[in-house]
Ligand binder design. Structure first.
Ligand SMILES: NC(=O)c1ccc[n+]([C@@H]2O[C@H](COP(=O)([O-])OP(=O)(O)OC[C@H]3O[C@@H](n4cnc5c(N)ncnc54)[C@H](OP(=O)(O)O)[C@@H]3O)[C@@H](O)[C@H]2O)c1
Ligand SMILES: [Zn+2]
Ligand SMILES: [Zn+2]
Length: 339
């Protein structure tokens, strides 16, 4: 029976080291020794829940269940937000298992294990082989952050001729800039201040706007697709808000609100109608798109910019504080055994 260390959230927000024991491996289950885990903005939402945290995992296959078919001991694999789905509903059959009514998602299912841990047990069919061109630490943030932004661009047919906007240069945002630029799109970035300008341009953005306090945008051309990768809904006190952004949208354009947030979504109504603007919700990526994301990242050398922290109660706490204070550049990665 595999038994391993996990790090959990708790009522007062402190990180608690705990132990999880699983039954002997069954069917296509795989035991993975974790070598790196990304820290995603969504983990912050579960910090006060009594559950194992982390959903951007990378590691090495240590043990195989009796019906594992493709993976071998020693293979490098990653996993993300979804751990299982029913396999026979309309959404599973059409390659959109992220919308399966019986999906097993982080925060809802399998609360006894996550990627802030020494090991985890997952189904082979929800694991992804890590390309040789990337380290485990580089691959981990792609498992949720990379998959989410790639999915928005890929699933909704963004064209290389499109002007793609990204609001918020964090873990998701700095990957969105790279993916969209490498897809051939013109990328414009909206960030609270000028502090991330140089890096955003290096990552492939053509234009950068420090939006806090601006009353009107003066940009090169209207935006066809806008990825909202802020940690909360756009807010003028931090960066952009909708009355500022909507006039910058092109007719027949799409807004992808990716931020996880409570409350309602509210934007100026008439301009949305008059310009035919679509609001497209989206979550992570189904497995086929996730695989393409890894291939694309490998081919085009897309890599997250990382800050490493030890995989320990102190290391996770420090990483989460760094993210909360807006000091992460640009994705925190927890590494077991790091001093
Ligand atoms: N839909 C999905 O499937 C999915 C998947 C993964 C993550 N998410 C969500 O996506 C969002 C971004 O995640 P992340 O890991 O990239 O977070 P992150 O690294 O914290 O980046 C968020 C960025 O938002 C801006 N920001 C900071 N505080 C803000 C505030 N109070 N209000 C508005 N903007 C603020 C900052 O950018 P600037 O400094 O450039 O302004 C910051 O770098 C989170 O809400 C996360 O939960 C959704
Ligand atoms: Zn995430
Ligand atoms: Zn299903």
């Amino acid at each position: 029976m595999p038994s391993f260390t996990v790090y959990k959230g708790s009522k007062d927000g402190s990180i608690v080291k705990s132990k999880t024991t699983k039954p002997d491996l069954q069917d296509d289950q795989v035991l993975i020794q974790i070598t790196a885990s990304g820290l995603c903005g969504t983990d912050e939402h579960y910090r006060t829940s009594d559950m194992a945290l982390g959903h951007e995992g990378a590691g090495i296959v240590e043990q195989l269940g009796p019906s594992v078919k493709y993976l071998k001991k020693g293979d490098r694999v990653g996993w993300g937000y979804e751990h299982d789905s029913c396999g026979h509903c309309e959404w599973c059959l059409s390659g959109k298992e992220t919308y399966c009514p019986d999906r097993a998602f982080y925060g809802v299912a399998d609360l006894d294990q996550g990627s802030f841990a020494s090991h985890a047990v997952w189904k082979e069919s929800f694991l992804f082989q890590i390309p040789d061109s990337m380290t485990d630490a580089e691959a981990a943030p792609l498992m949720c952050g990379g998959a989410t932004v790639f999915n928005a661009l890929r699933m909704y047919d963004i064209q290389p001729t499109d002007h793609v906007g990204v609001i918020g240069v964090g873990g998701l945002g700095h990957l969105a800039i790279q993916f969209a630029a490498k897809m051939g799109c013109d990328v414009i970035v909206f960030s609270g201040s000028d502090s991330k300008k140089e890096e955003a341009l290096k990552l492939g953005a053509k234009e950068f706007v420090a939006v806090k306090g601006q009353k009107e945008l003066n940009i090169s051309r209207p935006i066809n697709a806008l990825l909202v990768t802020t940690s909360a809904q756009p807010d003028a006190s931090v960066n952009a808000d909708w009355p500022l952004m909507i006039p910058a949208m092109a007719p027949d354009s799409t807004i992808f609100p990716l931020a996880v947030s409570g409350g309602d979504f509210s934007i100026p109504y008439q301009p949305m109608i008059q310009k035919g603007i679509r609001i497209q919700g989206t979550v992570v990526a189904p497995r086929n798109v996730h695989r393409h994301m890894l291939e694309f990242a490998s081919l085009h050398k897309i890599k997250p910019i990382l800050m490493e922290f030890p995989m320990s109660e102190e290391g996770i706490t420090e990483a989460m504080e760094t993210l909360k204070r807006g000091r992460m550049r640009y994705r925190g990665v927890l590494i077991p055994g790091k001093a």
